[in-house]
Ligand binder design. Structure first.
Ligand code: ZN
Length: 375
C-alpha cells in the first residue's frame, strides 16, 4: 500500500492520480471534512484536468453522519460508470462507507484522513449499521493513504483523543487475542501481536506530544493507527486490534442507535471501555489468586478449569501488563478524552459488561467470565 504521512501530503495526491492515469474521480466527504481537505484536493484536480465530482454524505435526522444503508445508497446512486477511483476524505465513518461502496461497485479507493481518530483507515473491514444493528462487513482496503499532518494537527482535539483511545484499547485486545488462542484455539500470530504492541507503546511513550497535537504527536499517532490497521489486514481478521473493549463499545453504540441518542466517537468509547475491561480483568486475576489459595475452581467446566490453570502463569503476567483503570483514565484525560465527559453511566457499564460478549463470536475473557465463571 502506498502509505504517506507527512506535512503537505495533500499535494502528493494529484501527482499520484496522474501517475495512475486516473481521469475521473469521485470524492466522498461530509460538510466539515470537505472544508478541511476536500476543497483543496478538488481545486488541485481541476487545475490538473482531472474530472472530479463530490458527494457530501447527508447527516441522519439527529445530525450524525453514519455508515448506514441511507448513506451507502446515497453514494451508490451518485457514482457513475465513468468513475475510476473514489477518494475518501474524512474520518472513520466516511472511510467505512467508501470501502463498502468501492468493494461492491468494483472501484478502488484512496484514503485521505482528516483526523488521527481511528485505526480503521487501512483495514478491509467496514463496520456498518444496518437496520439498527452494527455488523462488520468484509470490504476493501485503500490502494493508497495520504495523511497530511498539517490537516491532522488542526482537527478537533477530541478526534485526536479518540485515535489515542482506539490505541489504548490494544492493551485489552492483545490480551484477549492471546486468551482466545490459549483457551479456545483461535488463530494467533506472535509477530503481528508484537507489531501492534510496539505501535501502542510508541503512542504511550509520546503521550505528551500527542496531547499537544503537534506535528511530532500526530505523526506518531497516525503511523501507529495505520500500523494497527495494516496488522489486521495482514492477519485477515480483527483479533489484533479488537477485543472485549470493542465489543463493549459496539454494545453501547447499538443501544444508543436504538434509543435515537447521538453517537459518541468510536475511539473515545473504546478508550472508556478499555478502562472498564481493565478493572474487570484485574479483579478476575485477584479472584483466581484467592480461589487458588482455597483450592476451589473458577468454573464447573473441568476442561476449561484445567486449561485456565495450565496457562495461568502466562495469563496472569499478561493481565499485570494491562495498565490499571486509573492509569488508562489518566492517559485518556491527558489527551483530551476525559472519561467523565462520556454519557455512559454506571448502569450502562454494568449492563454492557454482562452482555457485550454476545455481539461477536470471539472467546474473550469477558465471555469466559460471563458464561463459565462461578458466581
Ligand atoms: Zn477501533
Amino acid at each position: 500500500m502506498h502509505n504517506i504521512v507527512c506535512n503537505k501530503a495533500i499535494d502528493l495526491i494529484v501527482p499520484y492520480l496522474k501517475e495512475r492515469a486516473y481521469q475521473h474521480v469521485i470524492m466522498i466527504a461530509d460538510k466539515n471534512t470537505y472544508t478541511a481537505a476536500g476543497a483543496i484536493v478538488q481545486e488541485q484536480c481541476t487545475e490538473a484536468g482531472i474530472a472530479s465530482q463530490v458527494i457530501l454524505v447527508h447527516p441522519n435526522p439527529i445530525g450524525d453522519v453514519v455508515a448506514d444503508e441511507a448513506s451507502i445508497v446515497q453514494c451508490m446512486l451518485e457514482i457513475s460508470a465513468k468513475t475510476e477511483v473514489l477518494l475518501a476524505v474524512g474520518t472513520g465513518t466516511i472511510h467505512d462507507i467508501v470501502r463498502f461502496v468501492g468493494s461492491r461497485m468494483m472501484k478502488p479507493f484512496i484514503s485521505i484522513p482528516t483526523a488521527a481518530s481511528v485505526d480503521g483507515f487501512t483495514s478491509a473491514g467496514a463496520p456498518l449499521i444496518i437496520r439498527g444493528f452494527k455488523q462488520t462487513v468484509q470490504a476493501i482496503p485503500p490502494e493508497a493513504i495520504f495523511a497530511d499532518t498539517s490537516i491532522l494537527m488542526n482537527a478537533p482535539k477530541r478526534l485526536t483523543a479518540a485515535g489515542f483511545g482506539d490505541m489504548l484499547g490494544k492493551y485489552t485486545s492483545l490480551f484477549d487475542w492471546k486468551f482466545s488462542h490459549l483457551m479456545a484455539g483461535e488463530p494467533y500470530n506472535s509477530e503481528l501481536a508484537a507489531e501492534t504492541s510496539s505501535a501502542l507503546e510508541a503512542c504511550v511513550a509520546n503521550i505528551d506530544a500527542i496531547s499537544r497535537c503537534d506535528e511530532e504527536g500526530v505523526t506518531i499517532l497516525m503511523n501507529s493507527l495505520i500500523e494497527s490497521g495494516l496488522v489486521m489486514l495482514k492477519f485477515g481478521m480483527s483479533h489484533p486490534a479488537s477485543g472485549s473493549e470493542h465489543h463493549l463499545s459496539h454494545y453501547w453504540e447499538m443501544e444508543h442507535i436504538q434509543h435515537g441518542k447521538p453517537q459518541q466517537l468510536h475511539g473515545l468509547k473504546v478508550g472508556f471501555a478499555a478502562i472498564e475491561i481493565s478493572r474487570l480483568y484485574h479483579q478476575f486475576a485477584e479472584r483466581v489468586a484467592s480461589m487458588m489459595n482455597t483450592n476451589s475452581p473458577m468454573t464447573e467446566n473441568a476442561e476449561l478449569q484445567s486449561k485456565l490453570m495450565e496457562h495461568w502463569d502466562e495469563l496472569k503476567l499478561r493481565i499485570a501488563g494491562i495498565p490499571q483503570p486509573e492509569e488508562l483514565s489518566a492517559m485518556l484525560t491527558l489527551t483530551g478524552g476525559s472519561p467523565d465527559a462520556m454519557p455512559i453511566d454506571k448502569a450502562d457499564v454494568a449492563r454492557g459488561l454482562r452482555h457485550a460478549h454476545t455481539v461477536r463470536n470471539r472467546y474473550t475473557l469477558l465471555r469466559f467470565i460471563n458464561e463459565e465463571v462461578n458466581e
